[in-house]
Design a binder for this molecule. Structure first.
Ligand code: NAP
Length: 284
């Protein structure tokens, strides 16, 4: 089994003590192969020079970071959409698409400055599969008083039911395509609403869920009929660049529009279910 990597960010690390800290970390035999070191420097050139002085180790990466900047923004974009419908793949999808984002936000929110912003990159598939939930399950996901612990319980119940092939018994329709991915995104949209509520009074931080739209990327094997990733990026940047007073904290957006957490268009959901059957198949 490979050793768990530590990710270490050292700010102001292009010279002085910060630089020495990075140097020592590299000299520690335990850290050489396993740590990922982010060398923080507010000036790119000075950061590049520092990395060069260290011998350009492959595990040291430059992060341009001015710690006095007024607003900090986190865009949680990473996600996976496993092709396999196994419990292992499903747990890995949730570790990345739900728990990974939840934990990263919990760690980083205390470090964000006043008026900081977070975009959780979710997907329009979340509201569409939520349409296929039982009414009781829909109410659980969208309850305005839902807590993170309760949402974790919903997620764990989903994973257990997936493993024991009992999803329908707890309200997940058998029609739901690619549940590992789609349910993780429904959970992320619910998590965004909860975290926005929990953290809004803390330094005026706002958190949005956002969908880039259906984009041609590796995630969907560059599926026919999809838009460019650049257009998808615009959709994400809308919730970063728009003044916070024009957005609803905790809400879900795509292409500059707020979307419901449960899709209200049956025809659209049906078309999505049909279309999904052609997606995420390995390339021929
Ligand atoms: N494409 C679409 O149609 C579409 C639609 C709706 C929402 N989205 C969302 O948009 C976001 C970007 O997707 P994409 O289409 O650009 O997918 P992509 O081309 O597959 O890129 C995914 C990125 O996430 C990274 N990643 C995956 N697991 C990670 C992990 N555990 N830690 C760190 N990085 C990890 C990947 O890195 P590696 O290269 O190392 O794997 C890659 O850089 C995702 O949140 C996705 O769910 C996409």
């Amino acid at each position: 089994m490979t050793e768990q990597k530590r990710v270490i960010l050292v700010t102001g690390a292009n010279k002085g003590i910060g630089f020495e800290v990075v140097k020592k970390l590299l000299q520690q035999s335990s850290s050489k192969a396993t740590d990922i070191i982010l060398l923080g420097s507010r000036d790119i050139k000075r950061g590049q020079d520092a990395i060069q002085q260290l011998g350009s180790p492959t595990n040291v990466h430059l992060l341009q970071l001015d710690t006095s900047s007024k607003e900090n923004i986190l865009i949680n974009n990473a996600a996976i959409a496993p092709r396999e419908n196994t419990i292992e793949a499903t747990r890995t999808a949730f570790a990345t698409n739900y728990y990974g984002i939840k934990m990263l936000n919990e760690y980083l929110i205390p470090l964000l400055r006043e008026n900081g912003r977070i975009a959780n990159v979710a997907s329009g598939v979340g509201p569409m599969v939520s349409y296929l939930f039982s009414k009781e399950l829909q109410q659980k996901y969208t309850s305005p008083t839902l807590t993170t612990q309760e949402l974790d319980n919903i997620v764990e119940d989903f994973l257990s039911a997936f493993e024991s092939h009992n999803l329908e018994r707890i309200g997940y329709s058998s029609e739901i395509p690619f549940p590992a991915y789609t349910i993780s995104k429904a959970a992320l949209i619910a998590l965004t609403r909860i975290q926005a509520r929990e953290y809004c009074n803390n330094k005026n931080i706002s958190i949005y869920a956002v969908c880039p739209g259906f984009c041609a990327t590796d995630l969907n094997n560059h599926a026919a009929g999809s838009r460019s990733a650049a257009i998808g990026a615009d959709s994400i940047l809308y919730v970063i660049d728009t003044p916070a007073n024009e957005l609803e904290n905790g809400a879900f957006y795509q292409d500059g529009k707020k979307l419901p957490e449960i899709c209200d268009d049956e025809a659209k959901v049906k078309a999505f279910v049909e279309h999904s059957k052609t997606l995420l198949k390995p390339k021929q």
